[in-house]
Design a protein around this ligand. Sequence first.
Ligand code: HEM
Length: 417
Amino acid sequence: MAENNQNAVAGNVAAKPKPAAPGAAKPGAAPGAAKPGAAPAAVSDGGVYKPPVDRPDSNPYKASRISLVNTWFQERFYVLLPVIDYLKKKEVPQHRHSVWYYFGGLTLFFFVLQVLTGLLLMQYYKPTEAEAFASFVFIQQKVPFGWLIRQVHAWSANAMVLMAFIHMFSTFFTKAYRKPRELMWVTGFALFVLTLGFGFTGYLLPWNELAFFATQVGTEVPKAVPGGAFIVNILRGGEEVSGETLTRMFSLHVVLLPALLTILIAAHLFLVQVLGSSAPIGYKETGRIKGYEKFFPTFLAKDAVGWLIGFAILIYLSIISPWEIGIKADPLTPAPLGIKPEWYFWGQFLLLKDFSFPGGELAAIALFTTAAIIWVLVPFLDSKASREEKSPNFTMFGLFLLIAFLVYTFRVFLLYR
Ligand code: HEM
């Protein structure tokens, strides 16, 4: 059981003194005495005994009226009140690594921003080969505040990936994945993959030259795997990147991925609520937990400060460093030099280039897939952490992956400036 949720569970039992339901017998009342509002007690009908029809009111919270609005909701949704009571008891441990607890919420915040700005962009965007680029120019130049919405969407996409990345590695290094939070890790990993999917599918939508050729390179990758040509065909909607690809990427970007991500976020957050936040191994035993902070309202208020700062940074970046629209994609022109994907794919991109000998691409894909499989299975493999013991081998594995990613990313930065 999650340590900091113990009183939450206890709270379930001793939540609120339940007000007596109207019609329930008052202590000390004579058995069988008539109660106001209750059905008549046992009625004798020609000597035949009939049991009293005395149903207690099913809403035990009816008496706890605070305001009219509250009463209105309580009368209709009273079944949820124990859940809300439970949520109010969630606590976050305070220690020297508490700062990492903010990154999941930040990822969520940027996702919400993506949904809001994405919905606004969709009012003007046209997902066809002929109109996509022009509709982007229109949004950027003619629609009131269209430029800002587009810039915030583009910057927030990058912020979401970065926050998810930091969140994933911080939960890795604090071993927050250990028993009983294995499924938090697995759902989190699936969320990370979907987040990258958002980036990949969204990149093509402006239909500019850079996006077009980067998508050509990206969708080519599965070809190295046996049977991969089939996957490439599915992704592109044909042999080559074309208007068909744009339709596919658009539908993935605005329908399938948001639906999947929403379901998975719900599952992830449900687990977070039920199991509570973990503390690093040994912190509890060695007294390094300074205390516990109520999630609602204290931690949430601090979360909100982080979101406001994040939002302010996005607006600042949108103004001082706007994303270019580029030039319209022309499938008939040769690919310009220096085509590269979004920064979060640079690692894989360069790995494939480093392995560009015969059979090398397949080896690179195998290497990458193996690392990803080990990564997602870490909570099940790291048995020491499950026993609340330190597991330096896994820490080294995480460090190795992180350093490799950073080195590869930086190399692309230097090579493709
Ligand atoms: C869209 C992406 C994601 C969202 C919106 C999200 C959201 C959250 C939130 C709000 C929390 C609670 C606060 C916190 O500890 O930060 C949390 C906890 C957690 N997340 Fe995520 N997350 C995402 C991706 C991931 C990824 C990629 C992983 C790892 C592969 C992950 C693993 C975890 C774990 C293990 C916890 C528990 C932390 C603890 O108990 O200390 N999440 N997530």
